[in-house]
Design a protein around this ligand. Structure first.
Ligand SMILES: Nc1ncnc2c1ncn2[C@@H]1O[C@H](COP(=O)(O)OP(=O)(O)OP(=O)(O)O)[C@@H](O)[C@H]1O
Ligand SMILES: [Mg+2]
Length: 274
C-alpha cells in the first residue's frame, strides 16, 4: 500500500486554525499558531521541528489531553471532535514512557485493553506474540525499573500497538534506542503499518528517520509552532536501508535540513533571550 487508501473517504484527520496559548505564572506563551493539516487514511506522516516548537503539545491536543484555543477545528473522519470526546479515540505513545512501576511489563502492556473491559486472559493472548517481535521475550514478568531505557520504550510502543485505533500518535518512540535497534524497529514499524493499514503521526528529531518512514514530512517553525514545510516523500516502498544513501534521499534530506536549520537557530536565540 502506498499513501492514502481510499481517496473517496474524508481525510482521517483535518485540523484548521489550531492554536494553543499557555497562561502560566510567567505570562502568556503561544505554543502553536494556526496549524492546518490533513492526514489521509493509511498515511504515515512524520513531524520534525526544533525543541519547544509545540510538537508534543499538538499530540496532547489530538489525544484529548489538552484543549486548543477557541476557533480551532478538529475533524476525525469528517466529524468535528473536541477535547474530552477525543480521549481514547487515538492510540498515543507520549514522549515519556509513563510505565506504571508497580505493574509488571506484561501488565503494563495490556493496561489499555483492560481499561476497555477486555478480560486479562484475552488481553494476554493478544499480547503474547508481540513480546518476541519487540525483543522483550523473557522480560514479561519484570518490573519497568529492571529494564533499560530502550526496553522501556519498546514496552510503551508495544502497549500503543495493542491499543488498535484508526490513528496512532508516536512522540519520539525511538529516541532512547541505540542505532541498530532503532533501525530494526523502524523496519518493523513500517511492516506493521503496511500489514495493519494504520494511520500514523510520528514525531522525531532524526531527519533520516523522518524521511525513511514518512509518506510526508511536516517541518514546524520555532515557537510559536506553525507548519513551515510539507514535503512529499516519493520514495518507493518497501524501502531498503541502502535507500538512506541514494541521491533521491539525500536531495530530500537537504531540503528538510535547510528548513530545520533556520528554525533551530531561531529557537536557540529564543532560549538565550529567555
Ligand atoms: N502545560 C504547559 N504549561 C505551560 N507551558 C507549556 C506547557 N506544556 C508545554 N508548554 C510550553 O509549550 C512549548 C512547546 O512545548 P512542547 O513540549 O510541545 O515542545 P516540543 O516541540 O514537543 O519540544 P521537544 O522537541 O523538546 O520535545 C514550550 O515552550 C513549553 O515550555
Ligand atoms: Mg516533545
Amino acid at each position: 500500500m502506498d499513501g492514502p487508501a481510499d481517496s473517496a473517504a474524508p481525510p482521517m484527520l483535518q485540523l484548521t486554525n489550531l492554536s494553543k496559548t499557555f497562561d502560566s505564572g510567567h505570562g502568556r506563551l503561544v505554543a502553536l499558531e494556526r496549524i492546518g493539516i490533513e492526514i489521509g487514511c493509511g498515511e504515515f506522516v512524520t513531524v520534525v521541528g526544533p525543541s519547544g516548537c509545540g510538537k508534543s503539545t499538538l499530540f496532547n491536543i489530538l489525544a484529548g489531553l489538552a484543549e486548543p484555543d477557541t476557533g480551532a477545528k478538529i475533524l476525525y473522519n469528517g466529524e468535528p471532535r473536541m477535547a474530552p470526546e477525543l480521549l481514547g479515540k487515538v492510540a498515543f505513545m507520549p514522549q515519556r514512557d509513563l510505565l506504571l512501576p508497580w505493574r509488571r511489563v506484561v501488565d503494563n502492556a495490556i493496561l489499555p485493553l483492560q481499561v476497555e473491559g477486555i478480560p486479562r486472559a484475552e488481553a494476554l493472548k493478544r499480547a503474547q506474540p508481540l513480546f518476541v517481535e519487540f525483543g522483550l521475550s523473557g522480560f514479561e514478568r519484570h518490573y519497568p525499573q529492571q529494564l533499560s531505557g530502550g526496553m522501556r520504550q519498546r514496552v510503551a510502543l508495544m502497549r500503543t500497538f495493542l491499543f488498535e485505533r484508526d490513528l496512532t500518535l508516536l512522540d519520539e518512540p525511538f529516541g532512547a534506542l541505540d542505532a541498530l535497534t532503532r533501525s530494526l524497529m523502524q523496519r518493523w514499524l513500517l511492516d506493521i503499518w503496511q500489514r495493519h493499514q494504520r494511520t500514523i503521526l510520528f514525531i522525531t528529531h532524526d531527519v533520516d528517520e523522518a524521511i525513511f518512514l514518512g509518506d510526508r514530512v511536516l517541518v514546524m517553525t520555532a515557537r510559536p509552532g506553525r507548519i513551515k514545510l510539507v514535503l512529499d516523500v516519493p520514495l518507493a516502498r518497501p524501502r531498503p536501508p541502502e535507500m538512506l544513501t541514494s541521491p533521491e534521499f539525500i536531495a530530500l534530506k537537504r531540503q528538510v535540513l535547510a528548513a530545520i536549520e533556520e528554525e533551530s537557530i531561531k529557537s536557540f536565540q529564543q532560549v538565550a533571550e529567555g
